[in-house]
Write a protein that binds this ligand. Structure first.
Ligand code: DGL
Length: 274
């Protein structure tokens, strides 16, 4: 029965947990398998074809675990690989991330919006096509934020160094007068309180994760694959990095009880995860 199978979710690290928590809140009966490729985090500075190959290996692993849908909870992997993943795995439903340019342009009052994301996300064809389709007359300003993903991975959510990195990244956007800021990397919602504090009340911050969770729900419903109310959900987490360190971060980032958490280490052997 498809409905009892888990929802697969992956990211380079802990960032995709900002999407995972929305999925679990929106679809409480679904079981999930989350995979963090911490052996390769950050993905952002890597070549697109390398991120593609890593994403393909991860999807093969998630499918081998029986996942009924794969959520690419990583803007960088979505930009680099989503198109190819849909071609390589034609029967598999995928939901990916894309920077929320459309809602930002719809909501801007002054026509100036900012997007923060990784270098690879801006390089992919996906971002250019979003700006072309939805940018309209708005000025869409982009910034990469070197070091931020690594800071979140290290749990440095509110340190002076993280604040300094954010100020360096956001100041040109503030000076340009943005009134919308799109979080174009799934690690950044964990910094949203400090981002909002730096930007001030005039700038609206957009995290696309709730919309992605609704899309997962729609795709499952369309295929009659939703878990029913009688199903007991179970959540498994894999990391290609250090399982102990990942468990600690899970506890910091999400309100989970230790008893609910099953964290396992997994290793790359060539192009395969085992
Ligand atoms: N969280 C990811 C994203 O949304 C990956 C960031 C990285 O690994 O550089 O882009």
């Amino acid at each position: 029965m498809e409905s009892v199978k888990p929802v697969g979710v992956f990211d380079s690290g802990v960032g995709g947990l900002s999407v995972w928590r929305e999925i679990v809140q929106h679809l409480p009966h679904e079981s999930t398998i989350y995979l963090a490729d911490q052996a390769h985090v950050p993905y952002g500075p890597r070549a697109l074809d390398q991120v593609q190959a890593l994403s393909e290996g991860i999807v093969r692993f998630l499918l081998s675990q029986g996942c009924k849908i794969v959520v690419v909870a990583c803007n960088t992997a979505s930009a680099a690989a989503l198109h190819d993943l849909r071609r390589i795995f034609p029967g598999v439903p995928f939901v990916g991330m894309e920077p929320a340019v459309k809602p930002a342009v719809e909501q801007t009052r002054n026509g100036v919006v900012g997007v923060i994301a990784t270098q690879a996300t801006f390089q992919g064809a996906l971002f250019a096509s979003l700006v072309e389709r939805y940018g309209g007359d708005a000025r869409v300003l982009t910034r990469i934020c070197p070091g931020l993903v690594t800071a979140v991975e290290a749990g440095a959510l509110d340190t002076p160094r993280t604040e300094a990195l954010l100020r360096e990244c956001l100041t040109p956007l503030i000076d340009a007068g943005i009134d919308q800021l799109v979080l174009g990397c799934t690690h950044y919602p964990f910094l949203q309180p400090i981002i909002e504090w730096i930007l001030g009340p005039e700038v609206h911050v957009i995290d696309p994760a709730p919309a992605v969770a609704r899309q997962v729900s729609r795709v499952l419903a369309r295929r009659n694959m939703e878990a029913g109310p009688g199903q007991v959900s179970c959540h498994t987490f894999y990391t290609s990095g250090d399982a102990g360190a990942f468990s600690v971060m899970l506890g910091r980032l999400l309100p989970l009880h230790a008893k609910d958490v099953d964290v396992r280490a997994i290793r790359w052997r060539g192009n395969c995860l085992r």
